[in-house]
Design a protein around this ligand. Structure first.
Ligand code: GAP
Length: 458
């Protein structure tokens, strides 16, 4: 049985709570481009930070890079994007809809009653034509073909062309990797499903350069490491699977490729969130040929020189953020209450706001104490202070935002210098001395689903 489709409710919650807005909404929106609001930008930054820590900071064999979006146009000739980065496009002259020829059986004609493209009597489908997905622009003041440059459709090429710069600057020895996070642009024919397929998105890519012959053992290691990373984000194990590329799907230069798929539920189902590819020496060889610059690695210790093979891990920051939101969203009944609650059960380390700080009432020194505590916590955590409305309503708003802890200052707090910490997931509460709050939050931020009944407060 497919999992329920939560995308529609997620789109409305994302707008209402400030996770994600449609780009240029007041002008009717820009097709498949999205803006991250106050909660969304924190969430996506947390996803990116975890990737950077796991891939760069916690390793001594991967270096970071931030290459420019605009690159020399020859880069895209060498990479094959100018000649080959295209989808087959079919137009319908009757309803003006556009479809990908290779996905026609999954597509729906926009007219009612709902049918497949070509099934209405007056459908007029054209022959497929190749449509290049790269956005073109002009560099400099003259709009002629000599000045055409492209918005990069992937971040990987910035890494390939800098391979020797990074290797020589850092004196890394093969095997080693280069990682970067950055924007990529694709003029997708059939974007959609919220932020799943967009025209502007962010990639987190890492190219690991290895000696030919050792490539498959590195490939297997990275495949597992990347699955483990997704699990550590809190994605459910049974929503993740590997998909091995068949002979037909495999790019001509690739020796092996697996996608990590996540189950988005509904008709979307399992879809790629990351690709792990063995790209052989294709990219370095192409750039060596097109630039006429030697890109070989010199292994002085063993008196060898060669073009390294590349194991690539390529994941979309937006797509993983969407997976994290889909995975986290739940509606549940609350014992003893008529109204249920909406919970964004995010891993606490990813949550945009770590704690809500709430004085129970607006008197007896409670707001002052709560504001003092919020200001102290803000030095370490993103906290939200809220004194307006019923306490139950304030908790619910933070449940929806994914805030794992609610800290309440009540009548006893001012006398005893202690507070209540409420846990989002089980709604259980513990009493903690004010001076221990930061320590308790730190302890529980790394736990998948911290629960009040498991709390040990020293
Ligand atoms: N350098 C290899 C490469 O770019 P890809 O499979 O085309 O491979 C890698 O893209 C990842 O980038 C995908 O798994 C997905 O997470 C993300 N991605 C690709 N196209 C996207 C789009 N139009 N919108 C959002 N994310 C996208």
């Amino acid at each position: 049985m497919p999992r329920p489709d939560v995308l529609d409710s997620l789109v409305s919650l994302a707008k209402r709570r400030g996770f994600i807005f449609q780009s240029s909404e007041i002008y009717g929106g820009t097709g498949s481009v999205w803006d991250y609001g106050p909660l969304g930008v924190e969430l996506k930054n947390n996803v990116k930070q975890r990737w950077w820590n796991a891939m760069v900071r916690e390793r001594d064999d991967v270096e970071g890079l931030d290459a420019a979006i605009l690159m020399h146009p020859r880069v895209w000739e060498a990479s094959g994007h100018v000649s080959g980065f295209s989808d087959p496009l079919i137009d319908c002259k009757a309803c003006k809809a556009r479809f990908r020829a290779d996905k026609l059986t999954d597509a729906a004609c926009p007219r009612k009653p709902s049918k497949k493209p070509g099934e209405h009597t007056d459908c007029q489908l054209t022959e497929p034509r190749q449509f290049n997905l790269m956005f073109k622009t002009f560099m400099g003041p003259v709009e002629d073909s000599a000045a055409v440059v492209y918005l990069r459709p992937e971040t990987a090429q910035g890494i390939f062309v800098n391979f020797l710069n990074v290797q020589q600057a850092t004196r890394q020895k093969v095997p080693f990797g280069i990682a970067q996070i950055g924007k990529a642009f694709r003029n997708e024919i059939t974007p959609g499903n919220f932020t799943f397929r967009t025209r502007e998105f962010e990639q987190m890519e890492m190219q690991f350069f290895v000696e030919p012959g050792t490539d498959m053992e590195h490939f297997e290691r990275w495949k597992q490491a990347r699955l483990d990373w997704h699990l550590a984000l809190g994605l459910d194990r049974d929503r993740l699977e590997f998909h091995q590329h068949t002979e037909k799907e495999l790019a001509h230069y690739a020796r092996a490729a697996f996608d990590i798929n996540f189950d988005f539920g509904g008709t979307l189902g399992f879809q790629e969130i990351e690709g792990v590819h063995n790209r052989s020496d294709f990219d370095l060889r192409q750039h060596q040929e097109f630039s006429s610059k030697k890109l070989e690695y010199v292994d002085q210790a063993n008196n060898k020189r060669y073009l390294p093979y590349v194991i690539e891990t390529s994941v979309g920051a937006d797509r993983v953020t969407l997976a994290v939101l889909v995975n986290a969203l739940r509606e549940e009944a609350v014992p003893g209450e008529q109204e249920g609650r909406t919970v964004m059960g995010l891993h606490p380390a990813l949550a945009p706001i770590k704690a809500g700080v709430f004085p129970l009432t607006k008197k007896d020194g409670q707001p002052e104490m709560a504001e003092r505590l919020a200001a102290a916590l803000r030095k370490k955590f993103n906290v939200f202070y809220d004194e307006a409305g019923a306490i139950g309503r304030r908790y619910r708003r933070q449940d929806e935002a994914g805030t794992p802890f609610g800290i309440t200052i009540d009548g006893d707090s001012t006398a005893n210098d202690d507070v209540t910490i409420r846990f989002r997931d089980d709604m259980g509460q513990i009493r903690v001395s004010t001076s221990k709050v930061a320590e308790v939050l730190t302890t529980y931020l790394e736990a998948d689903h911290p629960r009040a009944d498991a709390a040990r407060v020293s």
